[in-house]
Structures are given as C-alpha cells and as structure tokens.
Design a protein. Sequence first.
Length: 571
Amino acid sequence: MAHLTYFRLGEMLIKEGLISQEQLERAILVQKKEGCRIGEILIKLDIVKETDLAYVLGKQLNIPYVPLGSGLLNPAADQGLEELIPQELALKNVVLPLSRTINSLTCAIFDPLDLTLLDNLRKLTNCEIIPVIATRSDILQAAKDFYGKTNLLKHAVEQSYGLQNMTVEAETRVDTTLSMDRLAAMAEEAPVIKLVDLILRQAIDERASDIHIEPGRNKIRLRYRIDGKLYDIPPPAKHLSLAIISRIKILARLDIAEKRLPQDGAFMVRLEDRNIDLRVSVIPTIYGEKVVMRILDRAQVVLEFSSLGFEPKQAEEFRKSITAPYGLVLLTGPTGSGKTTTLYAALNEIKDTTKNITTIEDPVEYHLDSINQVQVKPEIGLTFASALRAFLRQDPNVILVGEVRDLETAEICIRSALTGHLVLSTLHTNDAPSAISRLIDIGIEPYLLMPSLLMVVAQRLLRRLCQDCKEAYEPPKEQLAELKLKADLLYRPKGCPKCNQIGYKGRLPVIELMAANNKIRQLIGRRASYQELRQAAIESGMETLFQNGIRKAEKGLTSLEEVLSKTLGME
C-alpha cells in the first residue's frame, strides 16, 4: 500500500472499531522494518481478518466487496481477459480481470488505494479501470482457477509420460553408462525445466514447507508437506527422474556425477517480488537418489513476539527470561516444531543499539538486521564450540547457539551464562523437564546448571482449523469427562476451497514453559528424576503441552484429534 495511504486505512479500521490506536502503531513499526503493506501486516499479526479489511475498505470507499463464495469472482468467458492482463501480471499484483466493455474493465483488487497499480492497469489495457474489492486469498484462488495454473503441473506431468519412454531395465543400464555431458544436457531441456519450475511453483502456492521426490522401482513419488503433513502429488514419468534430479542438483550447485554419497546445497527463486530460499538434500537409495527441498518463504514468517502464540501469562514469563542480563534459556522440541522462529522472534524483541547480539547457526535460516550471524562450517573447523569460544572475546551481551549437540557446546553455553551473558539455544527433548535430565546425562554438573538455567520452553506445531469452514459438534460425555474438557462444543475440519478441501490452514504452537524457580533448582542440585522435576513444575503452575493444546481446541483454533495426535501421553 502506498506510503501515504496506510494512515487512511488505519483511521478507517479504528473508526469501525476493528483495531486500536496502539495496534495501528505496532503494525506501522513492523511495516517500517519489513516494508510490507500495512494491511498485510495487520493480517499477519492477526489483528484483523482479510474479510474485515476488505469490507471496511469497500464501505469507506463506496466500492463493492465481492467474496469468493458469491460467484462474482468468475471472469467472463470469450472476452480475451487472459491476454488483456496476463497471468504473471495478475498473480504478481493480485488483480483479476472480471469483465470488459468497450472503454472499461472491471477488476477485482485487494488494495484499491494502490493508485500506481490502477494507473498501470489503465495504461496497459487502454481501459478505464472499475475496481471491486476482494481479499488477497480470494483473488489468488479465483485467478488460479481462471488461468488454470493448478492444472499446469498436471498437464506437464501427463505430457511427461509421452516423452522418450524407456523400460525400467533400460533405465538401469543408462544410469551406469550415460555420460555426464548428456545428463546435463537432458536436465537443461525445456520439458524438464518446465516440470521442475511447476513442481516448485505449485509447492510454494500451496504453502508447502518441503518437497519430497522419491524414486521407486517403477515410478517416482512426489509429495508436498503442508502444515506438517505429507500429501501425494501426481508424479512425472519415471524415465525423467534422472533429468529432474540433475536439474535440481544443477540449481543447487551440486555434483551431478556423484550419486553414491549424500549432498547438501541451496538455491533461491524469485516469485512475485519475493525471494524464496530452498535448501536441498540428496541421499542415495537402492532405486536412485531421493531429493528433499525445504522451502523457506520469509514473506510468510512474521518474527514478532506478539505473533508467537503464547498465552498472556506465558508471554510475560518468557519475556522476563529473555530480558534478563544473564542466564540460559532453552527451547526444546522435534525438528520442525518452530523453535528457530521462536528464537528469532525473541531476538527481535530484545535487540537494540545498546546490546551486542551474536549467533552461531547451522544453517542461518533468516537474516536479521543489527545482529551478527555466523554459519557453522565444520569442514574448516568452525563448529558451535569453536565459534562460542571466539564469541566470548567479542564482548557479547546475548549469544544464540543454534543447537546444543554435545557436552563441549553445552559446557561453554552454561559457563557463558554464568559469566554475565544471556544465552539462548535449542535442545532435542520431548518436553521441558526432559531438558534438565538430558543435560545432566551428557555430563553437565548440576552445580553448574543450578545457577545458570532461567527457563526451558517446549513446543509443538498443530494444524490450525480453517476458520472459514470449521464445523461445531458435541463431543461424547465420556470424552468430556476423561479429558476434563470445559467446553460443551468443539470444532472439527470440514473442507472448503480456501483450504483446498483439507479443513486445516496454517499452524499454531502449543507451548510448555518451565521457569527455573528455587524448587526446581534444588531438585537439579540433588539430581532428581524426570518425574520429580515434572511434578514440581506442574505444581509451580506449568501448563503442559497437552493442557495447552486442549485450551486451544476449546477456543476452536484446532481440533481435538490434532491435539491428541501431537501431545498424547504428555498429560
């Protein structure tokens, strides 16, 4: 949104009672840091909903608001609208042509205050632009259907089965004798480039976090991980697997001749004015190389403390720990549980010009302003432990260690916390009390851990129910009693176009926060068991992962089934 118009939008939303002046000012601060439009920031911070924003704009500007379900976002046929506003331009600017007369063109736009866009459309089409308002997600969904983008990959996959077909036995022979020059040439052929591009594009459009390309005996398996769950996608023909994998390896600057050893690489794609990083991992299997690509879309992550999903009491306690002058704060959970995002948001919360903040990470996932970030490079001796020793000569106030993996790293973290530094790090354990047992098990002396530990936070990510189609139901009375549920109504997934008929859209964290109070420290000093530590933490007010998940299910944010699947046994 143009710089001069976000104050107008803010005033509109305040006038309608949808936001407060404080919320607007907070969003403006984020907007100055990230450069996004103020409306997008308000939506990302969960201050307003897309539909509310569109409704207010329509009401204040006297422009019709058109939701997807109304059927009015269906462009007219046989008017050449796809040529008038090409697909790439429509998706880049989130605009959709709907109908045309001799001198005018009706377009769905999510930001009618963007006068530059309206002027560019007027010049491009040589028509007067008549705007109607729709939400960003509704326009993108309607554009996807109109331009047939969702069918592009399907069509390309179908075509791949007619290209230079060969038997499995023949392919096995080719794999061992095909020259690298020919393999590289195949990877650069148009059908292969198009297939790889479409695989990446569709994964990004569907908010996938990972792409899995897995070779089998007779076929390739293509899967996207969306909101933590893997979904099968129609795969390309098996005989193109070598060329597809070689194309990905070329993009990631990997050795296409090396097929016996695992390889890691990365590359970046630019999509609709945003940069998206892809981390590539290749491993050899009995049927060929398997590729996993991790998608890091920085535009989809808001590293704001207020958006982490902490309950108010949890947020207060966590903020108290990360603003302490020294001590150790640990985040625990499995891979993909959002630990890094929480740590980055914590650094964003506490950074200022009076602090020297340094991080050592593997890998550096997001680049943060005013923070010194170091990438681990074990091949040249730059490990977590060696970097930490160097950091202590750099006059740091805050140190972030990507992960505690061994005794040496753990000891340096704890000694740093004892000598006047705030240390933030992660550990792989199932819950918060387990972190203490794990550190003692690997060799940390309790007398060092007692005075240094401030807090342990455990977290998981649950799928968030689609708020447009979730349906209420009454759980059985036996289940209410067994799980000690307070709500008479819960919600379950249904499925709609906005969530691709899945019933879930996005994820939210469940959090278990254990502060190291005097009782916990005493138990650490006498090497108490995990069960004693956990019981003491609960008695001190710790809400378990299971309890936090139940609370979110009762609020209608996620389903009971999702809570049970991720936190069962953590009551």
